[in-house]
Design a protein around this ligand. Sequence first.
Ligand code: SF4
Length: 355
Amino acid sequence: MDYFDIGSATYRETSDFIDSLEEPGFRAGQIYGWVHKRHAAGFDKMSDLPKELRKKLSERALFQGAGYCIKKEDNDGTIKYLLEFKNNIIINEEISVETVFMDYRHGGAVCVSTQAGCPMGCVFCVSGSGGFLRNLTAGEMLAQVYTVSRDRGKTITNVTLMGSGEPLLNLDNVLRFIEVINSEHGLNISQRRITLSTCGVTDKIYELLEKKLQITLAVSLHAPDDAVRKSLMPVAAAYPMDGLLKACKEYGDRTKRRVTFEYAMIEGINDAPKQARDLAEKLKHTLAHINLIPVNPGMGKDIRPSKAQVVEAFRDILAERGLAVTIRRSLGSGINAACGQLKHKIMYHNKEQSQ
Ligand code: SF4
């Protein structure tokens, strides 16, 4: 039997499904509200639905809730969750993914994983160390936001697609996630408060551009040239920097939204003054904002964060040349909040224990 994935469905699809069950149309709004606004933990919790309908739903539809097995809190307000998805009758495979909550003055932000594992292999990131397992469904991405919101008792105002995985390699599900979370029938999070972060899959940036969204595009750049970039990110071999920056410029020009460039500062690798000057030259005609982020320690033996004064000098060179640049603190480094770190630590720890 085909199950209806209710957690991934748009409002229109939910209405059609309810019609197919020969139920009155208003039930679609009730069910959609339970899933996307009230974040019910299952059909049995939808207390204002008739028992018979709840039974029908449990027989015909998948409700994908997440449970967390690990939760770690840092004293900067960052909380990292390792969430488990079980009993997925559509994709018969248990997985766990990482989700990070950040407490901001104006509300809560959730950093969502889009894939279980990651195929991209960036050297400063451990998400791919356990290999790539599979793409997440939109419902599994939404469940990350809802589980964290329920746990914190806090309204989520911002979402970043910046956890494990490369979102542009799971674009259909990511677009569906954006449509649902942006919907007035759901959390109604403005597109401008959604950031999609890519390691630089250029052709997919053009595909995204065609969707005419107002989301922020963030690009992990991490170097001003192909040689250093290739040494850090295998994707750079397939998508050279000139082509990538051309796509980013077009994204800025056509959406009128600044592209964010993430630049992880790694001691002795990408933090020299000449590299700052080269970067400024490359980005001088692009609507850009550069985030300098000292890389999280513990990512590999040659990967150490740049010293604070080196990061500041790098920032000053960019700012003197008219670029918008911010030094970001490395959130949650005390709880392994960089993508993949918590999961990696637990898997590695468990492996050591079993030996
Ligand atoms: S930085 Fe992002 S794209 Fe690169 S391996 Fe990690 S999760 Fe994948």
